[in-house]
Design a protein around this ligand. Sequence first.
Ligand SMILES: [Zn+2]
Length: 199
Amino acid sequence: MDTIERLTSLFERFPGIGPRQAGRFVQFLLRSSPSMRRELIEAVQRLGSAVHQCPECMRFHAGEEKICSICVSDERGKEFLMIVASDADLQALERSGTYHGLYFVLGGTISLANEKSANLRIPQLLALISSRKELEEVVLAFPANPEGDATAARLKNEMSDFVNRSSLRITTLGRGLSTGSELEYADPETIKNALESRK
Ligand SMILES: [Zn+2]
């Protein structure tokens, strides 16, 4: 494999990128200045050295501290914990500016094809819930599709002990989000409606 083919095949691994788009990226880089290419290389390298995972919400962040800025903020309501599938969903909710509680990033949804859930951070979630005495409501914010529904059902089951022992409420985002649409691509108004109509 020559240099062009190798870089093309690397870009093809990106989500949503096919061979033609990957080829266009390589052509773009060939026409770019050496300083632009260097900037790209450095930015990718810094992902490995300057970004780390928050031990509380599990999201990736580039903050100086171990715990991320959302988890340490005094302005966030500690009585709410929203569980999202991915960092991208968390970012969409933050952009909407409508939610002011804390988060937990589960790391995906249950795959219905093989029922795999081993990579989901369910043990970490249960540990976090048991350590948060102020917690009153857990909001499940998964994509409106069969995988999202299966994940919500599984978590409700896993958290049933906490619900029985305390006054913890579990709610689900309202389906103002059209079927199959993902939080990541929802506009702020839709997210606000989904949050207000949670049940
Ligand atoms: Zn955090």
